[in-house]
Design a protein around this ligand. Structure first.
Ligand code: ASP
Length: 321
């Protein structure tokens, strides 16, 4: 029998998102952007489409927007370039695809999908990934396509702070809050009861040395398994990698029998937070239960199911599930 609980949950990044620092206009733009992504992805589920297509579609809308740190609005590297990470996973088969450090692909999640569908590999990096893309008919864009004034200013601030040694910890902590919002992610449950997850990110402002984030790594930033849940994370990637957080959530459900919500709270508020990680996640199980915990001021998020929403939220005290 067709599953009636088809559901889509999206995020557009988490961090020090404070109402006091937001103009009403910018807040409205974010809410509209989230609504559009939600509507496009949910339409696929409503029409009986598959979860993998729904998450990809929702992410494409956010990748095309200058607001989010993915695709068009990707943050700048230290050298003033853009290097993006993305991954996608199908909970029905555990097939997945990801790309790391790619420079000239407009919608990185589409290349991650191509890796999943058309290559025997899981993760392709840098130039090789782009050669693979071109062989499959992808268009490469110039770096200029990703230039936005807002992100350029964020790089400037990050470089100035670094030069002023405004970071006594010496580990670029300032990168973790003010200058990285807007990684995008989506999790979906379709009418056939299949789960999927996807994440796309420009990474962190001022990153260098080919730094790769959790958004490229299956198990850290993204995971989906029909037996448990679909997860997409956003925040300080190094901590999601060190705690293999997305997979940890799934494993807590599979091996310890925790509910989605208990497992999600545990992974975000446990070792991840104790180590100093900031950020959050969206997660969805095969019954359509949703969890969206985060340990920072805000997370751009939205959700819709056959009987709930569409709803979007930004701050801690916004509408919550
Ligand atoms: N998790 C991303 C990274 O570390 C950044 C973010 O979600 O804001 O690359």
């Amino acid at each position: 029998m067709a599953n009636r609980n088809f559901t889509l949950v999206i995020h557009g990044g988490a961090g020090a998102i404070l109402k006091s620092k937001m103009t009403p206009e910018l807040e409205q733009q974010y809410r509209d952007g989230l609504q559009q992504a939600l509507a496009a992805g949910f339409d696929i589920l409503k029409k009986g489409g598959i979860a993998v297509d729904a998450v990809q579609r929702a992410i494409n809308i956010m990748e095309d927007s200058p607001l989010f740190n993915a695709g068009k609005g990707a943050v700048f590297t230290h050298e003033g370039k853009h290097e993006q990470d993305a991954c996608i996973m199908d909970g029905r088969t555990l097939e997945c695809g990801s790309v790391a450090g790619i420079r000239r692909i407009k919608r990185p999640i589409n290349l991650a999908r191509l890796v999943m569908d058309k290559s025997p590999h899981v993760l392709l990096g840098g130039e090789g990934a782009e050669t693979f893309a071109v062989e499959h008919g992808f268009e490469l864009v110039d770096d200029d396509y990703f230039h936005t004034e807002r992100r350029r200013q964020q790089l400037q601030v990050a470089i100035e702070k670094e030069a002023a040694k405004d970071d006594p910890s010496g580990d670029n902590q300032f990168l973790s809050e003010d200058t990285r919002h807007g990684t995008v992610g989506a999790v979906a449950l379709d009418r056939d009861g299949n789960l999927a997850a996807a994440t796309s990110s420009g990474g962190m402002t001022n990153k260098r040395f080919g730094r790769i984030g959790d958004s490229a790594l299956i198990g850290a930033g993204t995971y989906a398994n029909n037996k448990t849940c679909a997860v997409s994370t956003t925040g300080h990637g190094e901590y999601f990698m060190r705690t293999v957080l997305a997979y940890d959530l799934s494993a807590l459900m599979e091996y310890s029998g925790l509910s989605l919500r208990d497992a999600a709270d545990k992974v975000v508020n446990g070792t991840f937070t104790e180590l100093g990680g900031t950020g959050g996640l969206i997660a969805l199980d095969a019954e359509g239960n949703i969890a969206m915990p985060f340990n920072c001021e805000g997370m751009y998020r939205g959700w819709q199911s056959h009987d709930k929403g569409p709803t979007v939220a930004i701050y801690k005290d916004d509408n919550s599930e």
